[in-house]
Design a binder for this molecule. Structure first.
Ligand SMILES: *Cc1c(COP(=O)(O)O)cnc(C)c1O
Length: 477
């Protein structure tokens, strides 16, 4: 399998290089040169397989000969072996039509573990094979950071630097990052928003001198391997509910558009999806795009679903590439204009193409709390604010006349454990969710983090010093 950049001006690469590279040299994102397509028999055969086995089958065509089949299967099984639930991604029926797929049984209690537990192991494998080291830099609005840190901690060939917006992640999220004491793990709190953090990571990659000097690499959601690993649970859920002989819809709380783009990838690979429903919080750039056909940035507002407090959804570029019929030059022009003007208008025909599969709905904080309360009342399930947005978005779209086919089951992806956001959940339901045993002592663990202003030079300097010294960042919090 070869990979091309969404902006059409970077070299095509094989899987190993795409894994290690992250962002393409032309500023684009890597996507498969062609989508592999599964036959109906292959999709049917996924039903009932152990999760790791099904996931390895879905990933195999993307990896090609970078790993032999046996190595891949062992690696993927190992990635999911430490999950807290035997089913790895259990499906729970909420009502006649709606299922919840719980994607929060991994080490950091959010769906990002599904990709990152695999990606950390893939890095290890490829770096060892090539006798190389890398410096991973990433920005997090909360959950990516801890999942990346858990995936990389203690790995000898990796230094990991995670930028998070100071004071804008939940205490559980912060502690899951800052209490990891492995010497290859470095936490930086930036006095700014998630988008500021993300811009700084992008700027470090665009500084090719720095990028080469540090052997920069990324595991944030622009990394293709993460999308690849996430495609698997769409297949697993759909096959369990009768695909390919029955169409299935998914409702996905979205921020960077990585999770739901994996659903789009599954559809490209032959999974019969009726709809992908995008749920947004008050930061609703995606919903406004699907409603109006124009993407325009706005101020970022903090909400009860901080992992979606994003105004620039980096993975959206991958969809843009598809709805522009894979015209990289057109994507590059649109993205440059977007950067300059804050507006992206792909035109009516591409927008219609996007609307064939996607619908979207937005919930503000009070609607989010109301949904948590309703679900608790009606089903006894405690859910986190992100997951609540997905479930409610599905209902809003159904009420608005979408999803007319009553036979289509809707799978709402539960992206975080309720105990990651205990204040919001308690406020809504009156019940304070408790952390699973593995994180029981989180609040008594020591923390280590450096707070820096929104200043790229200071961040680069810190990375340089610590990669050179190979020592952890000094503590000041
Ligand atoms: C990251 C995250 C999201 C958003 O996922 P994207 O892939 O960025 O769209 C939603 N919910 C939770 C809990 C997350 O951690």
């Amino acid at each position: 399998m070869r990979y091309v950049s969404t902006r059409g001006a970077a070299p095509t690469l094989g899987f190993e290089d795409v894994l290690l590279t992250g962002l393409a040299r032309d500023g684009g994102l890597y996507v498969p040169e062609t989508w592999p397509v599964f036959s109906v028999a292959e999709i049917r055969a996924l039903a009932g397989l152990p999760y790791g086995e099904a996931a390895a089958r879905v990933m195999e065509p993307f990896i090609g000969d970078a790993l032999d089949e046996g190595t891949l299967l062992t690696l993927v099984r190992d990635a999911y072996a430490a999950f807290d639930h035997a089913a790895v991604a259990p499906l729970k029926q909420l009502d006649e039509r709606t299922w919840l797929m719980e994607l929060f049984h991994g080490p950091t209690l959010a769906f990002k573990d599904f990709a990152l537990q695999v990606v950390g192991r893939l890095f290890d494998h490829v770096l060892t094979k090539r006798d190389r080291r890398v410096t991973i830099v990433g920005a997090t609005s909360g959950d990516t950071g801890s999942a990346a840190i858990e995936a990389c901690r203690g790995r000898e060939r990796i230094d990991v630097f995670i930028l998070h917006p100071h004071g804008r992640v939940s205490e559980v999220q912060r502690r899951q990052m800052t209490t990891v004491m492995d010497k290859n793990v470095h936490n930086i709190a930036i006095e700014g928003t998630f988008d500021d953090c993300q811009d700084m990571v992008k700027a470090m990659f665009n500084d090719t001198g720095f990028r080469d000097e540090m052997d920069l690499s990324a595991v944030n959601s622009i990394n293709w391997a993460r999308i690849m690993a996430q495609i698997a649970y769409y297949f697993v859920a759909a096959a369990a509910l009768g695909a390919p002989d029955r169409r299935v819809a998914f409702a996905v709380p979205s921020g960077n558009f990585g999770n739901v783009f994996a659903g789009y990838g599954a559809a490209k690979m032959g999974l019969p999806l009726a709809k992908l429903i995008v749920g947004s919080n008050r930061n609703d750039i995606l919903t406004r795009f699907f409603d109006t056909g124009v993407m325009s940035t706005a101020e970022v507002h903090p909400t009860y679903s901080p992992s979606m407090d994003i105004q620039v959804s980096s993975n959206f570029e991958r969809l843009l590439f598809e709805i522009f019929d894979r015209d990289g030059t057109a994507v590059a022009e649109a993205m440059t204009a977007f950067r300059e003007t804050g507006k992206l208008d792909p035109g009516a025909a591409p927008w219609r193409k996007a609307r064939e599969l996607f619908e979207a709905a937005r919930l503000d904080d009070s609607q989010t709390l109301a949904e948590i309360a309703r679900l608790y009342r009606e089903t006894g399930e405690l859910i986190d604010p992100h997951s609540a947005i997905g479930i409610a978005a599905a209902r809003l779209r159904r009420d608005a006349g979408g999803l007319r086919d009553d036979a289509v089951p809707i799978v709402a992806l539960a992206t975080a454990h309720p105990a990651k956001f205990p204040d919001a959940v308690e406020k809504a339901s009156g019940v304070r969710p408790s952390l699973p045993a593995r994180l029981g002592d989180l609040f008594s663990r020591e923390e280590r983090v450096t707070v820096l202003p929104k200043d790229l030079a200071q961040v680069q300097d810190l990375v340089r010093r610590h990669v050179a010294l190979d020592t952890p960042v000094t503590e000041n919090a």
